[in-house]
Design a protein around this ligand. Structure first.
Ligand code: PMP
Length: 372
């Protein structure tokens, strides 16, 4: 007899909208060169590891108590970082933090979406926007993009007018395409959304530190329905920390308090994030190196003969392949793990260290020879 008694998910009384769905699942394979989940390839510098150890040791002495429920010290430090890097003055009250920007998105959907409500994103885009929508009972609408993966503003406005969503996602730079939008696009979609019904516009800036364009954060001024979502997983090289945050009008921060779990952000997480923020300048130095490597990947992939989408992120979308999954497998056979996001004919590679990128470029050079 099988230890699970042959019982499957669908034998359980799960919610009907979850039946037959797959969980988020980027493969975690043990290969030499892992360029598949847009992680930062640089481990945290040793001085920061020391500082984290000190701060966590202090936090450990108080673990008999619940952590600061409002994470005030951390939100103040994050507001300082945003003010310094965008030139737009922000206060503790404008910032909220959670376990990764995925939890930020979940809290926003629990607050502004939910049963009987809907959210729209312009696809291909970050698949979790749709998955978290479903998980919170929010209807999901797949909006369009142009063939070059930019947002077709007129078509997007029409989709918003037609479906009247409660939440609008704009991912800039977009994952998996790397495409960023300008302020005019955000303002046009914001206006369309507010005309259709009072709704929340979320600009997901997970990769903005890698962009050629400035952050869209100053647009929140005078627009309480506009939210910027950020993360320490990419630019701060701290995907394992699980720290995401948002910047918005203080009323939005008050609103998500209605759904956040009490003490959701552990004292260890808060201490670690504070230590990382003390080393912002060093970490942003790695971002500059990664931007140079990203631009090199774009140029070299084009020189090899691939079609490459312009990138403002720490990854590059390239193709075209008659069969993207087969190409993914052949690159993996050469010891390099990239990502097949299901975009027809295309794959995505994360910018790694110069040596990792060289290994990747060698692999796709060989593949090109084999396929032409
Ligand atoms: N937004 C986008 C666009 C992403 O690509 C990701 C991670 N892949 C996230 C949000 C979530 O990141 P985290 O939860 O680690 O902050």
């Amino acid at each position: 007899p099988r230890p699970d008694g042959g019982i499957r998910i669908d034998d359980l009384p799960i919610r009907p909208e979850l039946r037959g769905k797959s969980p988020y699942g980027a493969p975690q394979l043990d290969v030499p060169v892992q360029l598949n989940t847009n992680e930062n390839p640089y481990p945290l510098p040793e001085a920061l590891v020391e500082r984290i150890t000190e701060r966590v040791r202090d936090a450990a002495r108080g673990l008999n108590r619940y952590p600061d429920r409002d994470a005030v010290e951390l939100r103040t430090a994050l507001a300082g970082y945003l003010t310094r890097t965008t030139g737009h003055p922000l206060d503790t009250a404008n910032v909220w933090a959670a376990n990764g920007s995925n939890e930020i998105i979940q809290q926003l959907l629990q607050t502004f979406g939910g049963p009987g409500r809907s959210a729209i994103g312009f696809e291909p885009s970050y698949s979790m926007h749709g998955l978290i929508s479903r998980g919170t009972g929010t209807g999901w609408i797949s909006g369009p993009r142009n063939d070059d993966f930019t947002i077709d503003v007129a078509a997007a406005r029409r989709a918003i007018a037609e479906h009247r969503p409660d939440v609008v996602f704009i991912t800039s730079p977009n994952n998996p395409t790397g495409t960023a939008v300008d302020a005019d696009t955000v303002l046009a979609l914001y206006e369309a959304a507010q005309q259709a019904r009072p709704s929340l516009v979320v600009v997901d800036e997970a990769y903005v530190e890698f962009s050629h364009r400035p952050s869209l954060l100053p647009l929140i001024d005078g627009r309480p329905e506009l939210v910027i979502s950020r993360t320490m997983s990419k630019a701060f090289g701290a995907a394992g920390l699980r720290l995401g945050y948002l910047a918005a009008h203080p009323a939005v921060v008050d609103a998500v308090q209605l759904v956040r779990l009490p003490y959701h952000l552990s004292a260890v997480t808060q201490a670690t994030a504070l230590a990382a923020l003390e080393h912002t300048d060093t970490l942003l130095g790695y971002v500059e190196q990664l931007k140079t490597e990203r631009d090199r990947l774009v140029a070299e992939l084009r020189a090899i003969g691939y079609e490459v989408t312009d990138s403002d992120a720490n990854f590059v979308q390239f193709g075209r392949f008659p069969d993207a999954h087969e190409a993914w497998r052949k690159i993996l056979d050469r010891g390099v793990l990239v990502r097949d996001n299901g975009v027809p004919g295309r794959l995505r590679v994360t910018a790694g260290t110069p040596a990792e990128n060289d290994a990747f470029l060698d692999a796709v050079r060989e593949l090109k020879k084999e396929q032409s």
